[in-house]
Design a protein around this ligand. Structure first.
Ligand SMILES: Cc1cc2nc3c(=O)[nH]c(=O)nc-3n(C[C@H](O)[C@H](O)[C@H](O)COP(=O)(O)OP(=O)(O)OC[C@H]3O[C@@H](n4cnc5c(N)ncnc54)[C@H](O)[C@@H]3O)c2cc1C
Length: 533
């Protein structure tokens, strides 16, 4: 790479945001260079036979390698708070980031960052949701633009589900949902048979809308229900950003450079100068671009901008929004002693929305998983009893276990710059909010409602603030004293530098953010291309 290289459009990051932005720029006839570190582990992924979980457990002589890892890296050691469920074939998603992005954490904080091909989207759970118009407006997004982008994004990534409140904006256009397993079916049928509760809190429940295929399409097949979704990308059924990169890889206007870490950006006349390091050799590189879309993830984007001359000096502290998250290990007692017979996937089976009738902001979003293929020893760590007894108990009840993930509306912590670096990434510290809003009463009421559906809570795990792996709001619009975005999501003081991830959002609703993030990236690509309305 030579310092005088000039590119028309550069996209930084190949996660859900970057992949969608690059694709849209190409559709609009632009020439695009995508830069990423782009770690991957196709070899280990390739060693997993395309067979169901039970078959692999009973027949595959090589199963140890992907279930536990050749160095037993699939067995969490110590107090792993976030990412304990990242199996060996998924661990590449965070490996490089943990090694080279210096990140201190305040005591009750746990976060995950990625420098992988596809970013965190290489491991995401594919749960999709649309935000209401009020939520979009509160986040600083234009509902008109995002609502039409939702449709385009869904067509691109593929999805399945029933029209429901979670994806109300997609109407009837979404293909049928994946089949539910026995556990989820029993919970849902109990919910449907009960009279609508007239208490002050309302609960909505249904099959989880997923970016996973229930009908095969070009190059990808319908979900095989192998219960191997935490390990393999069987038949490319679950959307991964790298499928978009595969699709555009032969486009004459597209190029991708992997192995490059961007460390700073500065304005140089009418151009932008990007500077970074080769992650393998450590050499510094530079290039110039007319327009840049930063999609390095909300934390990654802030880290680059805080290290950038002319921008980073403005602030040593940026905000960070994340959804408080905990999960409940629950027993579906009406199914106790019954075997789970139906084939199933490992993604969320059911979603729930729980809120105070008069307070939409109190909405909590719930994802219901059955438990098997993640292997019991991980779960037993959370049981309040000796491991051997826990394991014995867990084996008896595994077919009637339900894990309920509870996401609350985003709260604001901060990113503090510790040290800028001339030729490397900035060092940062991430701090949880100092005042945590208490939602105990609402969660107590939720636990009561779930008990009415036959779900008894056995354990609660709170892995710390940031463990939802949902991040936004690091470069907010219109906030004094911080680096911020202005019109068309361009960084203030740096026209031509666009933000294509969730960094500019002003709030983070409880529902999963990634579909909205992709819709935002698409509309930012249109703005960068001068095509927005
Ligand atoms: C296990 C798991 C389950 C999840 N489940 C869901 C779910 O069900 N629903 C949902 O909505 N969300 C889910 N998420 C969250 C979702 O993955 C993220 O919201 C989403 O990936 C964010 O997309 P992004 O493009 O903004 O950033 P990222 O996915 O973080 O991608 C950032 C990209 O930028 C690159 N990058 C970063 N810094 C640099 C740099 N300095 N130089 C060069 N490249 C850089 C990275 O390599 C990466 O390619 C889940 C996440 C995980 C890990």
């Amino acid at each position: 790479m030579n310092d005088s290289e000039l590119h028309e459009y550069v996209v930084v990051g190949s996660g859900p945001g970057g992949a969608i932005a690059a694709h849209r720029l190409l559709e609009l006839g632009k020439k695009v260079l995508l830069i990423d570190v782009g770690d991957d582990d196709p070899d280990l992924r390739g060693k997993i036979p395309d067979l169901p979980f039970e078959k692999l457990r009973t027949t595959d002589g090589n199963q140890r390698e992907y279930f536990l890892g050749s160095a037993e890296e699939g067995i969490p050691r110590g107090r792993v708070r976030v990412g304990a469920h990242l199996t060996p074939p998924r661990q590449f998603v965070r490996r490089r980031a943990d090694r080279i992005l210096s990140t201190e954490l305040s005591g009750d904080t746990s976060i995950m960052q990625s420098l992988a091909l596809g970013g965190l989207g290489a491991a995401w759970g594919a749960g999709i949701a649309t935000y209401s118009d009020a939520e979009l407006a509160a986040a600083g997004l234009d509902p008109g633009l995002i609502n039409s982008a939702y449709h385009e994004v869904i067509t691109r990534i593929g999805a399945s589900g029933v029209p429901c409140e979670m994806i109300s904006k997609l109407g009837n256009r979404i293909p049928r949902p994946l089949p539910l397993d026995d556990n989820a079916e029993s919970v849902l049928s109990r919910f449907r048979s009960l009279p609508k509760n007239s208490s002050e809190h309302e609960l909505e429940l249904g099959p989880y809308p997923l970016a996973a295929l229930s009908e095969s399409r070009e190059g990808r097949e319908k979900q095989p229900l192998h219960d191997m979704d935490f390990y393999s990308d069987s038949r490319r059924s679950v959307f991964r950003p790298r499928y978009i990169l595969d699709e555009i890889s032969s486009h004459p206007q597209f190029s991708i450079r992997r192995g490059l870490l961007v460390t700073s950006i500065k304005r140089a006349g009418s151009l932008m100068e990007l500077k970074g390091v080769h992650v393998d050799g450590g050499e510094v590189w530079k290039l110039s671009a007319r327009r840049v879309i930063l999609a390095a993830g909300a934390i990654g984007t802030a880290r680059i901008l805080m290290n950038s001359p002319g921008l980073g000096e403005n602030s040593g502290i940026q905000p960070l929004l994340s959804n408080p998250y905990r999960y409940w290990v629950m027993l579906n007692y009406p199914r106790l002693g019954k075997r789970s017979e139906k084939p199933r996937h490992s993604l969320a089976q059911l979603y729930g929305l729980f809120r105070h009738r008069d307070k939409p902001d109190s909405e909590v979003s719930l994802s219901f998983y059955s438990y098997r293929s993640l292997l019991l020893f991980k779960l037993v760590r959370e049981f309040p009893m000796p491991t051997q007894i826990g394991l014995f108990l867990a084996r008896l009840i595994v077919d009637s276990l339900v894990i309920v993930g509870v996401h609350e509306r985003g709260t604001e912590g901060r990113i503090r710059l510790i040290r800028r670096s001339e030729n490397g990434p900035a060092e940062i510290r991430i701090e949880a909010p100092t005042e945590i809003e208490t939602t105990n009463l609402q969660l107590k009421s939720l636990a009561r409602r779930l008990r009415g559906l036959g779900l008894v809570r056995l354990a609660e795990v709170d892995p710390g603030w940031g463990s939802s792996i949902h991040y936004a709001g690091t470069i907010p619009a219109g906030r004094a004293g911080v680096i911020r975005v202005g019109s068309e999501f361009q960084v203030e003081g740096c026209p031509g530098l666009f933000i294509g991830d969730s960094s500019p959002w002003k709030v983070l609703p409880a529902r999963g953010l990634t579909l909205t993030l992709m819709a935002h990236a698409r509309s930012v690509a249109e703005m960068a291309a001068g095509e927005s309305r």
